[in-house]
Design a binder for this molecule. Structure first.
Ligand code: PEP
Length: 256
């Protein structure tokens, strides 16, 4: 791993603004004192965005959303657009999380529209790709990952790749306590880099990051980060408790 590791916490539908304020204060204190050698990002519920953005303003900690809509504005009750996120100062947005694909019927084509809208509005994007257990058993995981990656990046300009991270998250690993085999994670991350090079040109993928997500915790982090093709991690449940999240940051920082 040559780049500074990117550590992203995804809080999902957890925490109130008060709780997010408290959590972020601990991360800010730690960051100011330890100056960790990794990039830290937290993806928070919409209602916590303002609190977190205001609080982290003069720090390197990045704050993002967990979804957005692809239209700029209009009659789309309940939706939040990428331009709205950009206007309130969000740094990034997670798109295509498997929970969005599964529970909210988001297709790869919809995710592609969201990716393009987010990039157009100046946001960084974290695109999640991953195979289900049944796809893994049918030996089509590679095809699923490559297809999801290609569709998500359709129409995205090569110059925007530095704004893109792709998180390889096998669906069966999320929240299960089990991570994918390290060799497989490494292989998938390498394949994602290779397909991006194929879409654009050789070396194009060097500017983007490829992450792993799915039951990452302090115990398995060293194995994941030691692999050359993994530029960081996307963390769900282990990012909800500040002490645990800070231990992960501390470890990742020393590991570079
Ligand atoms: C996720 O939902 O993106 C995730 C990685 O969750 P967990 O770490 O809890 O498996």
């Amino acid at each position: 791993m040559l780049k500074k590791p990117l550590i992203i916490g995804n809080w999902k539908m957890n925490k109130t603004p008060e709780e997010s304020d408290d959590f972020l204060q601990k991360v800010l204190d730690y960051e100011a004192e330890a100056k960790p050698n990794c990039e830290i990002a937290v993806s928070v519920p919409f209602i916590c965005l303002s609190t977190c953005i205001d609080k982290s303003k003069s720090s390197p900690i990045k704050i993002g959303a967990q979804n957005c809509y692809f239209e700029e504005n209009g009659a789309f009750t309940g939706e939040i657009s990428a331009s709205m996120l950009s206007r309130i100062g969000a740094d990034f947005v997670i798109l295509g999380h498997s929970e969005r694909r599964r529970y909210f019927s988001e297709t790869s084509e919809i995710i592609n529209l969201k990716v393009r809208s987010a990039i157009k509005n100046g946001l960084d994007v974290v695109i999640c790709v991953g195979e289900s257990l049944s796809e893994k058993e049918k030996l089509i995981a590679d095809e699923i990952i490559l297809m999801q990656t290609k569709i998500a990046l359709f129409g995205v300009d090569i110059n925007s790749l530095s704004k893109v991270s792709i998180a390889y998250e096998p669906l069966w690993a999320i929240g299960s306590g089990d991570i994918e085999k390290i060799e497989k994670i490494n292989e998938m991350c390498e394949k994602i880099h290779r397909v991006v090079d194929q879409i654009y040109n050789k070396g194009a993928s060097a500017t983007m990051k490829v992450l792993y997500g799915g039951s990452v915790n302090i115990k398995n982090l060293s194995k994941i980060l030691s692999k050359a093709n993994t530029d960081g991690v996307l963390i769900g449940s282990a990012s909800l408790v500040s002490d645990e999240f800070l231990k992960i940051i501390e470890f990742a920082s020393k590991h570079t």
